[in-house]
Design a protein around this ligand. Structure first.
Ligand SMILES: Nc1nc2c(c(=O)[nH]1)N[C@H]1C(S)=C(S)[C@@H](COP(=O)(O)OP(=O)(O)OC[C@H]3O[C@@H](n4cnc5c(=O)[nH]c(N)nc54)[C@H](O)[C@@H]3O)O[C@H]1N2
Ligand SMILES: Nc1nc2c(c(=O)[nH]1)N[C@H]1C(S)=C(S)[C@@H](COP(=O)(O)OP(=O)(O)OC[C@H]3O[C@@H](n4cnc5c(=O)[nH]c(N)nc54)[C@H](O)[C@@H]3O)O[C@H]1N2
Ligand code: SF4
Ligand SMILES: [Mo]
Length: 766
């Protein structure tokens, strides 16, 4: 396989003594179908003996990566917690004790109630990490928990990730979840910036075997151009790779917009009646001449001009930017610019361009203008940063914990997050967590974050719960639906039940309250929506619908309602052959709902009912962008960027031996010129210093990074003695987020700058 996947094996039939099960891999956004050979133990548990790609999966057709094949080992990991923990000691000497679930919830009640009684609800906070979006139970039940806490202090991994894309979509299309994805399988031209799907398997673009799909573009006579400060495996596969100075993509993209106007190549095509702000747009990008773009980005003026022509002239084309374009100081403007280029070349919402998926659990819009997208309804207490989607930047979490005064955070609940490794200036965050009066973590590991918790509540493994991709079916290059029931019986409460019990405690109902009241709340909300005016099952009696729901767990029942009342649903009997949970159960390899379809204007929720090309907030930030300058001579600083490896998954899969064995991966990539200037050679240890911290890492000299740029992966730094990660601790690596700066944000989205951090690098003194 070209893309690091192992592909499907020969069909050697079932293994003796095992049964075969297929299910969707929940580990990344690619949603591959897995085929598991399982030796059941007769008590609801068992062992995964073999994992292969499911060749019959309607979407992934046998593709999988090394992480997917390790899903059984993740389940079997002896360090994965099976029982709750209570911290009996101080953060310096935590002394965790395994306890019963009842004791754990009683301890949560004691600590959380005391914190709320003493300091009020504004002293509580929640941090929601990335795996929540890979888990339907968590996705459905974090909301009641957040509601019950009644706190303004909501943080998530979104502000170290894709928030810029939500904001630009909100401003342009009126809805933060109206995210256009590249129509990979039909495009003739892909300009990809700041993404490395050969390692990451795609993000905000669900496409199993992304590498194969890229090769297919070139094979059918199309072209793939990758823009990245590093010549990644994706860049090597592409037809062309352009180095770009970190943090400057928005300048390059604004230059392309300007060039389309300057060469008279703007052609809205089918979007002609659907845009607002076109006339003013040209003046807002006037400053981004090809020569200016060259001086800031390092991409030659003529190259930029050529790319603009190629984009405009290709039969179909799409611009796709991800982490390297989003987690930078102009992430929102860059995200906006990718969609503007789609509009100006007539490629947005057209086959081969960027299109809006329609997932099985969603409904199309009703075509009426919406209320648009609002930010800044509240501001953070210490830094006065505006909220976005109800959240504050996670980069403000530490200061909210340590700064005294009304509203100082004293109690924190983390769900599926490891912010001590994944968010900026993490040493500072770690010290802050140590001061909390109550910290509760819902997490399967005692790791760098949860080791500060007073109570750790471990959810079942991914094989002990059902799976349906609520997030990624809405970001997928084809419309598909898959459902996988739990493979093993959970040994403790489901994640939905843990969150429900926490919600009840937060609401003051106590540790003994019946969690099924939250199930009823979740289901009632969904049923209410299903019978509301305008809904497909409008006017029907919720009790009648309720009687028709199937599913063995509350999460399955909620999914049944969502899928049945969704775009392809059976609408509770009204659409024969329509989707339901049962239909998905009957089709374990998934249901293919077809190629993406045009959705404008139905998808638009702006007050104008148009695509807003020049929202005020973007226009204001373009003025700031225009003042971004190129490097100055004699500048000592190098620019630090991150990277991912196909065998990692952010911070949390380094405890699986097969995924971490082999060559050291947490190295500092450095160009030969930069290394020799500093007297550093391959394999030397070097001190990397930023404004906020320093780490020592082994240097890997390589011309795959551009001069002036160094790269260190995130998610490492497993050397805290109070964690229980035996495998990870043997190859700890260093924490790149000790170097990233909590003050550096994309102001529009509150997203941290994680790429393009000024650092100095020097030899160690010993
Ligand atoms: N194996 C693996 N897969 C994963 C993950 C993982 O940790 N490991 N994480 C998952 C998650 S949560 C996410 S969000 C996705 C992310 O998926 P991607 O968005 O594809 O993220 P990366 O692989 O980090 O690729 C980002 C690229 O941006 C480049 N870059 C850095 N700075 C700049 C810049 O200023 N401009 C440009 N043009 N490029 C820049 C980097 O060199 C890198 O190649 O991956 C998901 N999949
Ligand atoms: N420097 C730098 N920093 C980055 C990035 C970068 O590119 N560079 N990328 C950023 C991105 S894109 C992201 S998404 C964030 C991720 O940030 P986080 O979500 O905070 O971190 P993860 O490493 O994904 O940690 C996930 C946690 O969830 C737990 N977990 C796993 N499965 C489950 C489950 O089913 N239920 C529960 N309750 N817990 C579970 C794991 O044990 C782990 O503690 O990191 C960000 N940080
Ligand atoms: S690419 Fe992602 S979804 Fe597919 S097997 Fe790997 S981790 Fe799982
Ligand atoms: Mo992410």
């Amino acid at each position: 396989m070209p893309s690091g996947g192992t592909g499907a094996g020969e069909d050697t039939g079932p293994l003796a003594g095992t049964t075969t099960h297929v299910r969707t891999c929940p580990l990344c956004e690619a949603t591959c179908g897995l085929e598991l050979a399982v030796a059941h133990d007769g008590n609801g548990g068992g062992e995964v003996v073999r994992v292969r790609g499911d060749r019959h999966d309607v979407f992934s057709a046998g593709y999988l990566c090394a992480k997917g094949s390790a899903i059984g080992r993740l389940h079997a990991d002896p360090d994965r917690l099976r029982q709750p923990l209570i911290r009996r000691g101080t953060p310096d000497d935590p002394q965790f004790e395994a306890v019963s679930w009842d004791d754990a919830f009683a301890e949560v009640e004691r600590l959380l109630t005391a914190a709320i009684d003493t300091h009020g609800r504004t002293a509580t906070a929640v941090y929601l990490g990335n795996p929540n979006v890979h888990n339907p139970g968590a996705a459905l039940y974090t909301r009641p928990l957040v509601r019950a806490l009644g706190t303004p202090n909501i943080f998530s991994a979104s502000t170290v990730d894709q928030m810029p894309r939500h904001v630009s979509s909100g401003l342009m299309f009126g809805h933060p979840d109206a995210i256009a994805v590249p129509d990979l399988d039909r495009t003739d031209y892909l300009l990809m910036l700041g993404a490395n799907p050969l390692e990451s398997n795609g993000s905000l673009c669900t496409a199993p075997d992304f590498g194969g799909r890229l090769e297919a573009i070139s094979a059918r006579g199309g072209r793939v151009v990758v823009v990245d400060p590093r010549r990644t495996r994706t860049a090597e596969l592409a037809d062309e790779h352009l180095f770009i100075r970190p943090g400057t993509d928005a300048v390059f993209l604004a230059g392309l917009i300007r060039e389309l106007f300057a060469t008279d190549r703007v052609d809205l095509a089918h979007l002609d009646q659907h845009v607002a702000g076109l006339d003013e747009l040209e003046s807002h990008v006037a400053a981004f001449t090809p020569e200016h773009v060259e001086s800031v980005t390092g991409i030659a003026a003529d190259t930029m001009r050529r790319i603009a022509v190629e984009l405009a002239d290709a039969p179909t084309a799409v611009v796709y930017g991800r982490i390297g374009t989003n987690t930078v100081a102009f992430g929102t403007v860059a995200s906006w610019a990718t969609d503007v280029l789609g509009v100006l070349t007539g490629n947005l919402d057209a086959p081969g361009g960027a299109m809006f998926p329609l997932a099985a659990h969603n409904l199309p819009g009703n075509g009426t203008p919406g209320r648009g997208f609002t930010m800044g309804r509240r501001r953070s207490r210490v830094r006065n940063h505006p909220e976005v989607r109800g959240e504050f930047p996670v980069a403000t979490l530490a200061e909210e914990i340590t700064t005294p005064g009304d509203g100082q955070i004293r109690a924190l609940v983390t769900v599926a997050g490891n912010p001590v490794l994944s968010t900026p200036d993490s040493d500072r965050l770690a010290s802050a967590l140590a001061t909390l009066e109550c910290m509760v973590s819902v997490d399967p590991y005692l790791n760098e974050t949860t080791r500060f918790a007073h109570v750790v509540l471990p959810p079942p493994s991914a094989l002990e719960r059902c799976h349906y991709d609520l997030a990624f079916t809405g970001l997928s290059v084809r419309n598909v639906a898959n459902f996988s029931p739990a493979l093993f019986e959970p040994t403790g409460p489901g994640e939905h039940e843990i969150l429900a019990r926490l919600a009840l405690i937060a609401a003051g109902q106590g540790a003994g309250a019946d969690p099924s009241t939250i199930d009823e709340l979740v289901l009632g909300t969904l049923l209410g929506r299903a019978s509301a005016p305008g809904a497909p099952t409008a006017g029907r009696d919720p009790a009648e619908l309720a009687a028709m729901i199937t599913g063995t767990t509350p999460v399955e029942r909620a999914l049944d309602v969502m899928v049945r009342t969704g775009a392809y649903g059976d609408w509770f009997g009204e659409v024969p052959g329509g989707l339901s949970l049962q239909h998905l159960l009957d089709h374990p390899h998934g249901v293919d709902l077809g190629a993406l379809q045009p959705r404008i204007p139905e998808v638009l929720r702006t007050p104008s009912g148009k695509v807003e090309l020049a929202p005020d907030a973007i226009v204001a930030d373009l003025a700031r962008l225009a003042s971004l300058e190129g490097p100055t001579d004699g500048d000592e600083a190098l620019m630090l960027i991150g990277r991912r490896h196909v065998r990692s998954n952010n911070s949390w899969m380094h405890n699986v031996e097969i995924l971490v064995k082999g060559r050291e991966r947490c190295t500092l990539l450095m160009h030969p010129d930069d290394a020799s200037q500093r007297g550093l050679g391959d394999g030397d240890r070097a001190v990397v210093r930023s404004r906020v911290g320093e780490v020592t890492a082994r240097v890997e000299v390589t011309d795959t990074v551009m001069p002036g740029v160094v790269s260190l992966p995130h998610g490492w730094g497993h050397d805290d003695p109070h964690t229980s990660l035996a495998v990870a601790a043997a190859r700890p690596g260093v924490n790149a987020n000790v170097l990233t700066d909590a003050e550096a944000l994309d102001p529009l989205s509150g997203t941290s700058v994680l790429n393009g951090i000024p650092v100095t690098v020097g030899a160690t003194n010993g």
